[in-house]
Design a protein around this ligand. Sequence first.
Ligand code: GMT
Length: 376
Amino acid sequence: MRIGIVCYPTFGGSGVLATELGKALADKNHQVHFITYQQPVRLNIFNANIFYHEVQVPVYPLFDYPPYEIALSSTMVDVIMNYDLDLLHVHYAIPHASAAFMAKQIVFKNTGRNVPVITTLHGTDITLVGRDKTYEPVVTFSINESDAITAVSENLKSETLKHFNISKTIEVITNFVSIERFSKKPIDAFKKVIAPNNEKVFVHASNFRKVKRVDDVVKIFAEVRKKIPAKLLMVGDGPERPPIEEEVRTLNLENDVRFVGKQDQMEEILAVSDVFLLPSEYESFGLAALEAMAAKTIVISTNAGGLPEINIHNQTGFLANVGDVTTMANDAIKILQDDKKLKQMKEAAYEQACKFDLHNIIPLYEKLYSRFCRMS
Ligand code: GMT
């Protein structure tokens, strides 16, 4: 099939997932056309089946806010017509679903062809931004106008139905991980650099927004560090990073906490890690946690949103209420003092991640697409 994929090209989970989906589809001989304003970060390979179309947004002195959505719709129209796309799959509703609706109308008017649009809901497009009254009517309309709607977890499906007036079925197709990529053997030299005295390694990876409660990561680590020699790697970047760096200095933890910025080789970092911390206020799914589990790193997270659908309490890691840093720290201390149980949990985390291997999930998308296949 010839599939158009629209996503945010940044390090965010929806863009990562959409890019990995496109790469996996290309490996299965589908022709995949990425339509974004920048090369997606994980689109770092050459594959003859992958095309990248950059959305150009011309500036004009009149525009305080250049109309990105119009430029995006126009690029979609151009790619659909010139590459004869079979369907458009848009990730993150805002503004991709409404831009796709507009493109679909234009193509229909010009050619009489009804190009199917599939919208995948990812998280804050529903739970935070999308519910704001400045966006809600357009989000509701464009979700309902999609030919198919998918959500990345059962929790996100129910949140969508709770907060929006949705007249169509929402199908759950969970996020996935490449087990092959993330189950790398730890590189000893790398481990030595991070934890020269064989300290336990904690990792947190996110876009450092408020919803991630990054300050709780530091609070948990500070408690653990009082009892256990440990290091914390903070991966990623975002608005909360400067105050958190300040907090780390105030707590005199700067020798044990390293901010390593955005990283392409997450699998190498995760391979030498013991515990992934994700104390978020909300996660529709928690793709970063799933990648950690695939690398045999246990997850200590909140029980918010879709996290309990991947992280099983006392098996693959631990769950606690949002803000309960004491429980999260105590769980970490306990498990790190019990090497046998830690090893068992790491294996269980890996086994759980295998259920979400891309080879299990990609066929679900292909099956969905095939429902909209043209007969000719
Ligand atoms: O919704 C967001 O906050 C952005 C989005 C992203 O682009 O990073 O993250 C969401 O989608 C990911 C991929 O499906 C999920 O793994 C994240 O849990 C989800 N984030 C939230 O729900 C906060």
